[in-house]
Design a protein around this ligand. Structure first.
Ligand code: 13P
Length: 252
């Protein structure tokens, strides 16, 4: 099965209302004629309305970077799934390592967010990955397997048909040390095989993105790997020319 590639920009805590418009318009100009892949910008919450206004009806979808699992409860500062759909979001990042580490998210809370996102009609982009020390100790498959199982065991493997997975090794995120295409392929293949043990059709269908120091110069080689279905892009998504170039590589 040929899976359509997907490139997602994760702006993290960057952007200002005055600059976002030029960035989004320049990205749109660059991707509007690219038909063979899907493209998304995950912007900070305050800019969702701006993204909706600029991107509605285009081939650049938008989404958020996190959500709360609950609706209409006393949780100061939290944002619920339906607040995101109110602003036309299609996607939401769940379980990013920055949130797992700095905001103490666990496999369990990330799984709850995943489920709430799907219940509201959002497509979760579920992030997994090992640290530098874990890779050195040869624990990569144990960590990534555990993170994947947190979804499969709690719900059912079928939920992955309406989700996107992202392998984001912590040692590659925000560094200039991307995984090599071979390293990424090994882990993506492991994930897909683990899903296939439960359901071969779901395994064939689910898109697994790579994230961690993707740049125009390394995107093509990563995307050429059979189990790499696109990218989750941090810093390079803040530069229209770089992001568009990565989108073009996915469109090949
Ligand atoms: P960088 O592309 O800046 O390494 O960030 C990757 C990432 O965390 C995307 O979610």
């Amino acid at each position: 099965m040929r899976r359509k590639k997907l490139v997602v920009g994760n702006w993290k805590m960057n952007g200002r209302i005055a600059q976002n418009e030029a960035l989004l318009r320049d990205i749109l100009t660059g991707v509007k004629d690219l038909k063979k892949a899907d493209y998304v910008a995950c912007v900070p919450y305050p800019y969702l309305a701006q993204a909706q206004q600029l991107l509605q009806g285009t081939n650049l979808a938008w989404g958020a970077q996190n959500l709360c699992a609950d609706e209409n409860v006393a949780l100061t500062g939290s944002v619920s799934p339906y607040m995101l759909t109110d602003y036309g979001c299609s996607y939401v990042i769940v379980g990013h390592s920055e949130r797992r580490i700095q905001f103490h998210e666990t496999d369990d809370t990330a799984a709850s967010r995943f489920n709430s996102a799907q219940s509201a009609g959002l497509t979760p982009i579920f992030c997994m990955g090992e640290s530098h020390d874990e890779r050195d100790s040869d624990w990569t498959e144990y960590i990534v397997g555990r993170q994947l199982d947190s979804i499969i065991r709690r719900f059912d493997v079928s939920v992955l048909s309406h989700a996107v997975l992202a392998y984001e090794p912590l040692w590659a995120v925000g560094t200039d040390n991307p995984a090599t295409p071979t390293q990424a392929q090994e882990v993506h293949e492991f994930m897909r095989a683990r899903i296939a043990r439960c359901d071969k059709e779901v395994a064939k269908k689910v898109r697994i993105l790579y994230g961690g120091s993707i740049q125009p110069k390394n995107a093509a080689a990563l995307f050429a790997m059979p189990d790499v279905d696109g990218g989750l892009v941090g810093r390079a998504s803040l530069n229209a020319a770089q992001f568009v170039e990565i989108c073009k590589q996915a469109n090949e």
